[in-house]
Design a protein around this ligand. Structure first.
Ligand code: SF4
Ligand code: SF4
Length: 148
């Protein structure tokens, strides 16, 4: 009677082990859906909305911003500061300041939609972290230069 209980427990334990191993082997054959972050980076969908950034015209390689200020006026959160100056001999203003206070941005997209020159777009930058609010005040001209 005592032996029966012992073998029953042994059988249940072995069965449970085999079921567990079955789950493990099944997982081995599944496609990998995780990445070794941060060594590996995720492929972001083109529709992803990171913070806004200045972009270059693919033909000229220049940022097409004409310093009209439409993006700053349209922004409901007041997080864009745009300034420009007219240099000697130039017909138009050149962009001198383009700052984004990302702590206030709601990613609504109104600035991107309202830009008449398609000079701004959402970045694919999802890896954003910081310790102070100031770290989220972005100089978008500097960021554009850094991107090359
Ligand atoms: S996405 Fe919206 S809230 Fe953010 S900067 Fe543009 S207009 Fe302002
Ligand atoms: S980014 Fe677009 S809307 Fe904003 S100042 Fe430049 S041209 Fe005007």
């Amino acid at each position: 009677m005592k032996n029966n209980g012992y073998f029953k427990e042994l059988f249940v334990g072995a069965k449970s082990l085999l079921v567990g191993l079955g789950v493990t082997f099944k997982a081995f054959t599944q496609p990998i859906v995780t990445v070794q972050y941060p060594r590996e980076k995720l492929e972001i969908t083109p529709n992803y909305r990171g913070h806004i950034e200045l972009v270059r015209d693919p033909e000229t390689g220049e940022c097409p911003c004409i310093v009209c200020g439409m993006c700053a006026r349209t922004c409901p959160c007041g997080c864009i500061t745009v300034k420009g100056e007219k240099k000697e001999g130039e017909k138009r203003k050149s962009l001198t300041v383009f700052q984004l206070d990302f702590t206030k941005c709601s990613l609504c997209g109104l600035c991107v939609e309202s830009c008449p020159k398609a000079a701004i777009d959402f970045s694919q930058d999802y890896n954003i972290a910081g310790f102070t609010r100031e770290e989220f005040h972005y100089d978008l001209i500097k960021r554009l230069e850094e991107r090359g």
